[in-house]
Ligand binder design. Structure first.
Ligand code: ZN
Length: 77
């Protein structure tokens, strides 16, 4: 089940699907380096955007969504 989760820091919204506790698929609705200031900063510092793709604040928001039951951890639907 895919859910929209917004980053608590930059407000960027992504679509998340949690396949297992360790496997989260994040689909950016826009260019990650453009919508997330954190990733943009990493890219500006010379890091490849694929490496900075996980914004810590966003990950925290995703964890919170899982904890509140908004984002269900599910197997194949
Ligand atoms: Zn962010």
């Amino acid at each position: 089940m895919r859910r929209a989760v917004a980053c608590g820091t930059c407000g960027n919204e992504v679509l998340c699907e949690k396949f297992s506790p360790a496997h989260t698929q994040i689909q950016w609705t826009d260019e990650a380096a453009e919508v997330c200031p954190r990733i943009r900063a990493g890219v500006a510092a010379g890091e490849p955007s694929a490496r900075v793709r996980s914004c810590e604040a966003l990950r925290g928001s995703i964890d919170a969504a899982v904890a509140s039951g908004l984002l269900e951890v599910g197997g194949p639907s």
